[in-house]
Design a binder for this molecule. Structure first.
Ligand SMILES: *Cc1c(COP(=O)(O)O)cnc(C)c1O
Length: 429
């Protein structure tokens, strides 16, 4: 079959690593030649409706003319320049825009190149903050199980220990304090016993903990867990009470995905440090940022080190900043969160899947729809089925989920939902 392709699949299989795969027995990959609107076009000519927004990032679909134009215009003037000792309009514009839409108490922006790196920077900020106050004992992090914060070492050390195979890297990973994953659902009332347990963990560990890190409202790659806003509120209060910083990882949830511009707005709280990435450039380029309060930033700068010890080569990349400026303008001026609400309503038909006995839960929040099965899914098998249906959906574990571009028309949302229904009905998993 691969002989018919111009994209050399044999070479790909033999020499190129894809995410989370074996080099002996990799899952199949499908050659793509073009992406546009909410579509992925394969080399075979098949056009797929995209249900994944390229891992939360392509919120305006692909090749949006305003984003393409911003990148083209910027490329003609300055694709990149070092950020050490230099600055430029795209970066200044972007940071102004970010401060206008993120929680008010965040005032200082660090631009980085990927989500994982922004998490590394957030962790460094928290550690350096307490060091500069002379509290050197605060050298650990606290987090909830089922989290996902990236694949670099410090980020991985706060991911769910089982999902991210902590035992594999024993001795290399710093050991942190894990509390149980939040149990009370977004849609239910908060269980008070759970909050008491949380406080006990703060009582036991606050002396050694620099920061609590969590994804607000939705634990994403760690299990698509939609938890209760009261839980997040409680964490904020406990962080204040026990002198622990709060890092919110909005890399997946930010820029409207949960129905609010940032998910922490559901709980009406603000973090001390916040990470953003993924949809920041509308999925066009890689870029992330770590934002901090004035208190955190000044605390670090008053310490012995005086500076934040980080500076990626491609920090503040002008092309990526220009794409981000265009994306944020689209989100705030043209599409808005009304599109997310429209998709949330359209995703409601996923509920039909709950009639199957192998479905244990169906949940929708903002432009995220999840169908949880009671059994593991054969990704290669279901992927082939979805492609035969003309949709791109990539499940993991027991979860079939979609987070489509906000520009997806209602009939395409319906197609995504019906394909999931059919996959379960025909046991294509
Ligand atoms: C994807 C993700 C990351 C890591 O971002 P990368 O750009 O892949 O390094 C971190 N945190 C959350 C919540 C994510 O969803």
């Amino acid at each position: 079959m691969s002989n018919k392709h111009t994209i050399d699949l044999d070479f790909d299989r033999e020499h190129i690593w894809h995410p989370y795969t074996s080099m002996i027995d990799p899952l199949p990959v499908y050659p793509v030649t073009r992406t546009y609107d909410n579509k992925i076009e394969l080399e075979t000519g098949e056009v797929l409706i995209d249900g994944m927004a390229s891992w939360w990032s392509a919120i305006h679909g692909y090749g949006h003319p305003k984003i393409v134009k911003a990148i083209q215009q910027q490329a003609q003037v300055m694709s990149h320049v070092m950020f050490g000792g230099l600055t430029h309009q795209p970066a200044v514009d972007l940071c102004k825009k970010l401060l206008a839409i993120t929680p008010k108490s965040l005032e200082k922006v660090f631009l980085a190149d990927s989500g994982s790196v922004s998490v590394e920077v957030a962790i460094k900020m928290a550690l350096q903050y307490w060091m500069s106050l002379g509290k050197t004992g605060k050298s650990k992090l606290m987090t909830a199980k089922k989290g996902y914060h990236g694949d670099t070492f410090a980020a991985m050390s706060v991911c769910d220990p089982v999902n991210s195979m902590h035992n594999l890297y024993q001795g290399f990973l710093p050991e942190h304090v894990f509390v149980d994953a939040p149990k009370s659902s977004f849609f239910a009332t908060q269980c008070q016993a759970e909050l008491l347990q949380l406080e006990q963990a703060f009582i036991d560990h606050h002396d050694e903990v620099a920061a609590f890190i969590i994804e607000p409202m939705v634990q994403n790659a760690g299990g698509m867990n939609f938890y209760n806003p009261e839980y997040l509120k409680c964490i904020r209060e406990l962080c204040n009470k026990y002198d622990v910083l709060l890092i919110l990882d909005e890399i997946a949830t930010g820029f409207g995905r949960t129905g609010k511009m940032f998910a922490c707005e559901h709980a009406d709280i603000e973090p001390d440090i916040m990470c953003i990435g993924k949809a920041l450039t509308g999925g066009a380029m890689t870029l992330s940022a770590t934002l901090a309060t004035e208190n955190v930033a000044l605390g670090i700068s008053r310490g012995d080190a005086k500076v934040l010890m980080h500076g990626p080569t491609f920090m503040g990349n002008p092309l990526a900043c220009s794409a981000a400026n265009a994306s944020i303008e689209l989100l705030t001026n043209e599409y808005g969160l009304a599109q997310v609400r429209r998709i949330e309503n359209a995703l409601a038909i996923l509920e039909d899947c709950s009639k199957f006995e192998e479905v244990v839960d169906v949940r929708v929040l903002g432009a995220i729809g999840v169908v949880e099965l009671n059994t593991s899914i054969d990704v290669a098998k279901i992927q082939q089925f979805f492609i035969s249906q003309g949709v791109w959906i990539r499940p993991f574990g027991k979860l079939i989920y979609v987070m489509p571009p906000y520009t997806t028309p209602n009939q395409d949302i319906e197609k995504l939902c019906k394909s999931i229904f059919k996959a379960i009905a025909e046991k294509a998993y």
